[in-house]
Structure formats: structure tokens, C-alpha cells
Ligand binder design. Structure first.
Ligand code: PHE
Length: 338
């Protein structure tokens, strides 16, 4: 076999090959231990020294050339492999992505935070109290002793004889008074409250309130009225008027029911305000001397006012929601509207 022919044969074979596996086969056919090259080399022994040298040089050239070609081909095949892989694993960046929907605060939380901001702006601190409360703080120390008719309206869930789910946020008044030990107080307290009510469109056995309490020297009814005017104008619009009507809560004296001029008809009378021009919003009053006294404040030196509002009611009025149960049903179609 002539070396030149062998070389041509090898070049052709390398060219035609299209896989690494085949290329390895070609390599062993043209360079390996049992390759056609060996046949050429066998002839060496019959040659003169000069011829041996010449053939040796030729063989080396052959080997170098074929090895180079095989390596080049190998590189080419490797590259093709990578390209194929890239192509098959390609990501279509023009496809529309997956959307992650963003959550938002519950409408009750939004309104609660809005009210908190208004009070914080007036220098109030946000206090908290437990939902499982002592009868002592929920009733007794708010001037509602056992057997008092006011308990009738605030029946609740009892843990035992002395422990209950609080019916309002007012027990935090007592807790704050006891803790402050005679120092001035200016707090609000948002939180959940409970009553033994049948659930319907305006009642829920669980709801939420925000309580406000200010105790200091020289606190008067005009401070309460100013605070309420500021609060309700912030909540319902700068041009709202407020109206105080006498009312009764055992822990305040005098007690008032607070109305805001209707924000739908501007006080002219409409279906929302039932023709009266006024909408009832919350209860308030001057802290009862007995309440101050029971918690260690001298009512001759200290006075105060308290107010309490239902967050559900305010949210329903603000947004025209007509069923309180919508707040608790977790229907995203309802919640997303706010
Ligand atoms: N706690 C009263 C209620 O739930 C509201 C209130 C609070 C009234 C503070 C006056 C003063 O009905």
C-alpha cells in the first residue's frame, strides 16, 4: 500500500465522518496498532538505511497530518454538538412571562390604618389589649357592675365566669389608666371585638373597633368636639359638619352619639341618611369620674374624653358596602375593589 494513497483515503474518510464515535473508528483504521499504516511499516525491514530514513520521514509527516486533521474534525464535531444542544434548549424570550398578582391590604385594614394615621398626626400613641379579657376590665371597672342593664346589650362569649371575649375596645382604657399610674394619657386602640349577635347584613359576632382615650389636666368637652371634627373631616371630607346628641354609656358622663353631615347629599337628605341629613358614626363622652377613680386618678385633678368607633361601619359608609359579611368571606372579587 502506497503511503500517498493511504493518506488520500484517510483524508476522505475523515471528511465523510459525522460523529465522534465514527471518527474514533477512522482514527484506529489509519493510525492504530492494526491500521493500514502498520502494513507500510512492515516493509521497512526490506529497505536500505537511506530508504528507511526517507520512509520514516514520510510516515511522520503522514501521522502528523492525519492526527491534525482528526483533531480539527473532532473540534468541529464537538462544536456542532454544542450548537445542537443550545438550539434544542433555546429559551424563547419573546414568550409572555408568568404574571405574579400582587396582594393588597384588606379594606378594614386600610381604613384602620387611615384612622391610625389621623390620630398619630395628633400625637396619639397606638396601644393594644387582649381579645380574651377579664370581666373586671370589660365591664366592672368601666362602671358596668354585674346586673347592670347595659350588660344586656353586650352579651358575649364567656371563657369562664370572669373571662370573656371583649365586647368593645374600652377595656384598654382601664388597662392604660392602670399602667400609666397617674401620668397623662393620649392613646388609640384598634382591635377585634365580639358580641353574641346573630349575623346579618349589619351585625357580626366578631367585628373591629378603634378606641380613643385622652386623660390630662383641663381636658374639656371642646377638646373632644375639636378632635371629632378633625377626625371626621379627614375621613369624610373637609366640608363635613358634626353633631353631638346626648346618649348613655356607663363609663362616660356626659355621653354623646356623634353624627356627621351626610357626605352623599351634603346634608340635604337622601336614602343613605334616611332623609335626616346626618349619619351616626360613633359613641364618645367625657370619662366618668368613677372610672378615673377606680383606676387611681383623682377626678378633681384629671379629666378626659373617650371615643369608640366601629371600623366595619365606617368602611361600609365610606365605600357604600351594604353587607358586613362581605368583609369576612375572603372573596377576592370583592376585596380587590378597594
Ligand atoms: N365602647 C362603646 C361601644 O362599644 C363605644 C364608646 C367608647 C362610647 C368610648 C363612649 C366612649 O358601644
Amino acid at each position: 500500500m502506497d503511503l500517498k494513497n493511504l493518506e488520500l483515503e484517510a483524508i476522505k474518510a475523515i471528511e465523510e465522518v459525522n460523529s465522534i464515535h465514527k471518527l474514533n473508528e477512522v482514527k484506529s483504521i489509519f493510525l492504530g496498532k492494526k491500521s493500514k499504516l502498520q502494513e507500510v511499516m512492515k516493509r521497512m525491514k526490506d529497505l536500505s538505511i537511506e530508504e528507511k530514513k526517507a520512509l520514516g520521514i514520510e510516515i511522520n509527516q503522514y501521522k502528523n497530518k492525519i492526527e491534525t486533521l482528526i483533531n480539527e474534525k473532532k473540534e468541529k464535531l464537538d462544536q456542532e454538538e454544542v450548537l445542537k444542544k443550545l438550539e434544542s434548549e433555546a429559551i424563547d424570550v419573546t414568550l409572555p412571562g408568568k404574571k405574579f398578582s400582587r396582594g393588597k391590604l384588606h379594606p378594614l385594614t386600610q381604613v384602620q390604618q387611615e384612622i391610625e394615621e389621623i390620630f398619630i398626626g395628633m400625637g396619639y400613641r397606638v396601644a393594644e389589649g387582649p381579645e380574651v379579657e377579664l370581666d373586671l376590665y370589660n365591664f366592672e371597672m368601666l362602671n358596668i357592675p354585674k346586673g347592670h342593664p347595659a350588660r344586656e346589650m353586650q352579651d358575649t362569649f364567656y371563657i369562664d365566669e370572669n373571662t370573656l371575649l371583649r365586647t368593645h375596645t374600652s377595656p384598654v382604657q382601664v388597662r392604660t389608666l392602670l399602667k400609666a399610674k397617674g401620668a397623662p394619657i393620649k392613646i388609640i386602640c384598634p382591635g377585634k371585638t365580639y358580641r353574641r349577635d346573630e349575623d346579618d347584613s349589619t351585625h357580626s359576632h366578631q367585628f373591629s373597633q378603634i378606641e380613643g382615650l385622652v386623660v390630662d389636666k383641663n381636658i374639656t368637652m371642646s377638646d373632644l368636639k375639636g378632635t371629632l371634627t378633625f377626625l371626621l373631616q379627614k375621613l369624610f371630607g373637609e366640608h363635613r359638619n358634626i353633631r353631638l346628641r346626648p346618649s348613655f354609656f356607663p363609663f362616660v358622663e356626659p355621653g354623646v352619639e356623634v353624627d356627621v353631615s351626610c357626605f352623599k347629599c351634603d346634608g340635604k337628605g337622601c336614602s343613605l341618611c334616611k332623609g335626616s341629613g346626618w349619619i351616626e358614626i360613633l359613641g364618645a363622652g367625657m370619662v366618668h369620674p368613677r372610672v378615673l377613680e377606680m383606676s387611681g386618678y383623682d377626678p378633681k385633678i384629671y379629666q378626659g374624653f373617650a371615643l369608640g368607633m366601629g371600623i366595619e361601619r365606617i368602611t361600609m359608609l365610606k365605600y357604600g358596602i351594604d353587607d358586613i359579611r362581605d368583609f369576612y368571606q375572603n372573596d377576592i372579587r370583592f376585596l380587590n375593589q378597594f
